[in-house]
Design a protein around this ligand. Structure first.
Ligand SMILES: NC(=O)c1ccc[n+]([C@@H]2O[C@H](COP(=O)([O-])OP(=O)(O)OC[C@H]3O[C@@H](n4cnc5c(N)ncnc54)[C@H](OP(=O)(O)O)[C@@H]3O)[C@@H](O)[C@H]2O)c1
Length: 328
């Protein structure tokens, strides 16, 4: 099992199973995939309270551990604080609920899911907005981060992490973190490579975790636009997949793992999650193939986050500090 050592000395596998059902897959089938993936050799599971399936996953984790399929200490379990739990004391409550649902007594990684306290009900459309939505405010984020740090002090959580960040946000936060994030989860796939953010995190000894590594073909409709470019449709990815005799999805996974991010592809199908595991451990891409995919970057963000926009924001680029008026 290829692993990375994090800035706090903990280790994390190079590949994990995603568990977001994209409003399409049922909690029970995802939980069963978690069990199947552990049997297949996965040791990292990327969960979140907002995915609405931690209770079902917890049943499977408990069974896998009590049946001797895997020891607790061999597993790395990530979970995330949802945006409606940023208030005073809420992070501890969120952690307690996740621990109870996952039937664990500690989390390997607890992550702040988004840098805004803006949320939405499950299954909403692309035009849905939280009327109380607010922009990123570093001081408010740091108050939530202090709660995360206390969970490490209490030994409820081994590592803490951030998600959906930008370089300006990290620049504003990192100097003030008593415990620095061990990981930063971000959208990464051949059509959206985010080299600047990726390299920035590496330079700060924060390991990138790539979400939607295949380009999330079944993502919710609220995250789809007509301009979106599918990673698996990029001519370079298709050509290299044909040369290796695998599905383009496997090339996306291989490419992400090979450039140094933790990849967390989702699948409920044994054939696909075992193919993704195999992709990380066999038949590496050549340097020329890595370069060909790097050159194919379409700079196409899929998870734009429109539903988190606040009143007065220009458009979704504001969530990512990409509008000139967004200077922090
Ligand atoms: N931090 C965040 O804000 C955030 C945001 C989004 C996602 N995430 C995490 O990242 C994980 C992965 O992202 P994602 O689920 O959106 O998308 P993804 O992993 O890029 O794509 C998943 C889709 O690809 C298909 N697939 C998987 N392996 C395949 C293979 N070998 N061949 C063909 N098709 C394959 C799956 O279909 P089948 O099920 O039919 O195999 C599934 O619908 C999520 O589950 C979640 O844990 C985090």
């Amino acid at each position: 099992m290829k692993t990375y050592t994090l800035n706090n000395g903990a280790t994390i596998p190079a590949i994990g199973l995603g568990t977001f059902g994209s409003d399409r897959y049922q909690p029970q089938e995802i939980a069963e995939a978690v069990c199947g993936a552990i049997k297949a050799g996965y040791r990292l599971i990327d969960c979140a309270s907002v995915y609405g399936n931690e209770a079902q996953i917890g049943e499977q984790l408990e069974r896998a551990i009590t049946d001797g399929l895997v020891a607790r200490q061999e597993l790395t379990v990530i979970s995330k604080v949802w945006n409606d739990m940023h208030g005073p004391g809420d992070v501890l409550l969120s952690c307690a609920k996740t621990l109870r649902d996952l039937r664990l007594d500690y989390l390997d990684v607890f992550m702040l899911h988004w840098p805004f306290p803006n949320h939405h009900a499950s299954g909403v459309g692309v035009d849905s907005r939280d009327p109380h939505a607010r922009p990123f405010i570093a001081e408010e984020y740091l108050a939530v981060w202090r709660q995360m740090e206390r969970l490490v002090d209490m030994d409820l959580v081994k590592s803490i992490a951030m998600s959906n960040m930008t370089i300006p946000k990290l620049e504003a936060l990192l100097p003030h973190c008593r415990i620095r994030p061990a990981l930063a989860e971000m959208e990464l796939h051949p059509a959206f490579q985010q080299w600047d953010l990726f390299n920035y995190c590496i330079s700060k000894n924060i390991r990138p975790v790539g979400f939607c590594p295949i380009g999330s073909p079944n993502r919710p409709d609220r995250d789809k636009t007509s301009e979106d470019i599918a990673a698996t449709d990029l001519p370079a990815v298709k050509r290299i997949a044909a040369a290796h005799g695998v599905h383009p999805a496997a090339i996306c996974v291989k490419w992400g793992a090979q450039r140094g991010e933790v990849v967390i592809p989702f699948s409920v199908h044994e054939k696909n999650y075992t193919a993704n595991l195999r992709a990380v451990y066999s038949d590496p891409l050549t340097e020329a193939e890595m370069a060909e995919i790097a050159a194919a970057d379409a700079h196409c963000r899929l998870i734009k986050g429109q539903v988190f926009l606040w009143p007065g924001a220009a458009d979704w680029h504001s969530l990512w500090d990409e509008n000139p008026s967004d200077a922090q």
